[in-house]
Design a protein around this ligand. Structure first.
Ligand SMILES: Cc1cc2nc3c(=O)[nH]c(=O)nc-3n(C[C@H](O)[C@H](O)[C@H](O)COP(=O)(O)OP(=O)(O)OC[C@H]3O[C@@H](n4cnc5c(N)ncnc54)[C@H](O)[C@@H]3O)c2cc1C
Length: 448
């Protein structure tokens, strides 16, 4: 692919913009202890959230990460904080979704109830731990990518208001410039109960809170094997061995050979982001007048927002489902961004990066216990609120001697229906091309 170099700012960096404010590092790291009560693999939002809850209850907790603290998706995401609208897809008639049974609707309703609790939990955490992370509850706009998607959004608004009181409404194409400086969409859904934050400042706040609460933190400590059973685990790591009563797996999109049964039920997918140079104030305001986060209805979706300060745009999406060089995804995302906002054609990119999310067959996150190991996983691209919440739920499960009040625990966790699948998603480029074709076809039909 030929890349137009003029889209890159002279100060362009192929790494997350968020790292300018807080780079994943080793602050608070220490040597691995020989013994701990609860051992957590993964220092993203879910691992730290579990650790914080347990340590606040006086438990002895150790968190390790193969990389720097938070270097997985928790320092790479878009910072959109949503109350579960992705979970509503299956029931509220999102594009490509079949009608589901009444039983299924009931289950989804209780899952959605918890996803609203997850959204509210972020506010609680930010306030309780005094985390300075630009958390703003400014709502969300979901653009209809084709004409046929707008009635789906009307159903979704009704559903979200009935089940979650999300304060959602649908606006027409003629009205949408009140939300986005673009005519690209065929109208869209406005959800007032949604927000955004600065991902690495949020993560740093949680890491500091864990340190204050007495959690032992070990960066650059890769877990190679976990042997034994409940109450008597031996964990082999690059920093030595550790014995523990409980183990929590909090590795989401970075789940590997350590836990093959989990890995085989997850598809790691790359998500990519670009950030623009600073824009004139009036142009930035015209792009997203109410400071909402933006997403849209196709299978291959984009998510975007203004950064703190409201002068730069962050544009994210699945430019490719698999990891590609940062400059390639940057060029693809720049084209997608200027398709939506032609007024940004001459605007240059200062940062681009990618990270991995974990998809599941049923598009839902899961928590539970497998071979004695506790886990939460499967963010399906939307885990700032949800994985933080589920980390806490896993902790509560341990504190309550295995009893969980979460509906996510009761879900069956289906495998990926691809013969001999072992966590290497060779089929993603094919699926990506097929989805792109279907999305294009639906959009083209809008003008027919
Ligand atoms: C580009 C991008 C954009 C996103 N945008 C949004 C958004 O706007 N809103 C939203 O809600 N969600 C978003 N997400 C999803 C969100 O970031 C994730 O759901 C969330 O960060 C998952 O947190 P986690 O703690 O479960 O996993 P992670 O933060 O990915 O942490 C997993 C950790 O496990 C560690 N690990 C793995 N194996 C081992 C091992 N063997 N030994 C030791 N450590 C190990 C990894 O090094 C990693 O640090 C986005 C994700 C990406 C990648």
């Amino acid at each position: 692919m030929k890349i137009d170099k003029s889209i890159f700012h002279p100060d362009y960096k192929p790494e997350p913009y968020w790292w300018e404010a807080a780079r994943p590092g080793t602050d608070h790291t220490t040597d691995l202890p020989a013994n701990t009560e609860i051992f957590i693999v993964g220092s993203g939002y879910s691992g730290l959230s579990a650790a914080l809850e347990l340590a606040r209850e006086g438990r002895d907790v150790t968190v390790v990460d193969a990389l720097a603290f938070g270097e997985g998706a928790s320092s790479r995401n878009g910072g959109g904080v949503s109350a579960g609208i992705n979970l509503g897809k299956g029931i509220s008639g999102g594009p490509g979704q079949a009608n589901r049974s009444e039983d299924h609707k009931k289950i989804v309703e209780s899952l959605l109830g918890e996803s609203l609790a997850a959204y509210e939990f972020i506010q609680t955490l930010v306030e309780r731990e005094s985390i300075e992370c630009h958390f703003e509850r400014r709502g969300r706009f979901v653009g209809a990518y084709s004409k046929a998607h707008l009635p789906d959004l009307v159903k979704k608004a009704e559903f979200l208001n009935r089940v979650l009181q999300l304060d959602a409404s649908v606006i027409s194409r003629e009205e949408q410039r009140a939300e986005i400086g673009s005519d690209f969409y065929y109208g869209g859904l406005v959800i007032n109960r949604a927000g955004k934050l600065h991902p690495t400042l949020f993560h740093k706040g949680m890491l500091d809170a864990c340190h204050r609460a007495g959690v032992t933190l070990c960066a650059h400590t890769k877990v190679a094997a976990i042997n034994g059973a409940h109450n008597n685990f031996t964990i082999k790591t690059s920093g030595g061995n550790c014995h523990a009563e409980h183990v929590i797996i909090a590795t989401n999109g970075y789940t590997g050979a350590l836990t093959p049964k989990l890995r085989n039920r997850l598809v790691p997918i790359a998500s990519q982001i670009i950030v623009t140079e600073e824009l004139p104030e009036d142009l930035a305001h015209e792009l997203i007048p109410n400071g909402r986060t933006i997403s849209e209805t196709p299978r291959i979706t984009s998510y975007y927002r203004l950064l703190p300060g409201d002068r730069r745009v962050m544009y994210g999406g699945r430019a490719r489902f698999h990891e590609v060089p940062a400059e390639v995804s940057a060029a693809l995302l720049h084209t997608m961004m200027t398709d939506r906002w032609p007024q940004l054609k001459g605007t240059r990119i200062t940062h681009s990066w990618s990270g991995l999310v974990a998809m599941t067959k049923d598009a839902l996150p899961h928590m539970g216990q497998e071979d004695g190991l506790h886990y939460c996983t499967g963010c399906n691209g939307s885990g700032v609120a949800m994985m933080t919440y589920l980390g806490r739920q896993v902790a509560l499960r341990i504190l309550q001697n295995g009893r969980s009040d979460s509906a996510y625990e009761a879900l069956e966790f289906p495998g990926i229906p691809v013969p001999f699948y072992r966590g290497k998603p060779w089929f993603l480029p094919i699926v990506g091309e097929y989805y792109r074709y279907l999305d294009r076809r639906e959009r083209n039909a809008s003008d027919g």
